[in-house]
Design a protein around this ligand. Structure first.
Ligand code: NDP
Length: 248
């Protein structure tokens, strides 16, 4: 566990799956946590559950694909909790389809959330981090952004694009105490993956050398390290955690 006492973290899309595990882990490490959501009912239920487990997580409705909403979100979080020290860009969607059937709507939906969202939420807060001389930005990409995946031209392009963003921004802010890194999970046992049939799940697992799916908690532990003081020499890097499924 890292020591994040006194730090404020914003985790986008933190009310389910990997994002929820990241929120809880960073909270255990002592950070004050804010997250945003689109689905209010799910977010409020999750917030109540986190509260029962002893964590006060601030939740805000804001769509990362909306530039103005992201500015308002950052202003509100900073007013409520203080300047944001740690940003985890986790919100993301898939809209799969083979390229010949890939509609413009599916392409645009994935780009506007996975890639424009990265710009929209990072833009209003990065200058505060550089002015204060400390910050951690962690972008949750995917194994499929590294290796491609049929049926995911939109998703793979957006996730590969995230790492381009990471490497470029890392160079711009390195001297100001701000690190920017990518985390690329392989197949993680979130609701989305557990919802596929056992047969398909077993065929996925057969391609993973460690012979199992990853857990959200394993990804959260890596994010927790990258958010720490001790990770200050890591920047512009892409950290894979995929059970050996794709070795670079
Ligand atoms: P989930 O679908 O469980 O969670 C995605 C989260 O993003 C939800 O909380 C959702 O909130 C939020 N979100 C989606 N669109 C928006 C939006 N426009 N604005 C704000 N929030 C939004 O996914 P996972 O936990 O599985 O995935 C988390 C991240 O990890 C994603 O970026 C995904 O691409 C990546 N990833 C996941 C892998 C896996 O195996 N699960 C593997 C590799 C990468 P709401 O429900 O309120 O819409």
């Amino acid at each position: 566990m890292s020591n994040l006492k006194g730090k404020v973290a914003l985790v986008t899309g933190g009310t389910g799956g990997i994002g929820a595990a990241i929120c809880l882990k960073l909270a255990e490490s002592g950070a004050k946590i804010a997250t945003n959501y689109r689905n209010e009912e799910k977010a409020k239920a999750w917030q109540a559950e986190a509260k029962k487990a002893g964590h006060d997580i601030a939740v805000y409705q804001a769509d990362v694909s909306d530039f103005d909403a992201c500015q308002t979100l950052v202003d509100q979080v900073e007013k409520d909790l203080g300047p944001i020290d740690i940003l985890v860009n986790n919100a993301g969607i898939t809209k799969d389809g083979m390229f010949k059937k890939m509609s413009k709507d599916k392409w645009d939906a994935v780009m506007s959330i996975n890639l424009d969202g990265l710009f929209n939420i990072t833009k209003p807060l990065v200058e505060g981090m550089t002015d204060r001389g400390w910050g951690r930005i962690i972008n949750i990409s995917s194994i499929n952004g590294q290796k491609g995946q049929l049926g995911q031209t939109n998703y793979a392009a957006s996730k590969a694009g995230m790492h381009g963003f990471t490497m470029a921004l890392a160079q711009e802010v390195a001297r100001k105490g701000v690190t920017v890194n990518t985390v690329s999970p392989g197949y993680i046992s979130t609701e989305m993956v557990m919802a596929v049939s056992e047969e398909i799940r077993n065929s996925i697992i057969a391609n993973i050398p460690v012979n199992r799916l990853g857990t959200s908690e394993e990804i959260a532990a890596l994010v927790d390290f990258l958010a720490s003081e001790e990770a200050g020499f890591a920047t512009g890097a892409d950290f894979s955690m995929n059970g050996g499924q794709h070795m670079m």
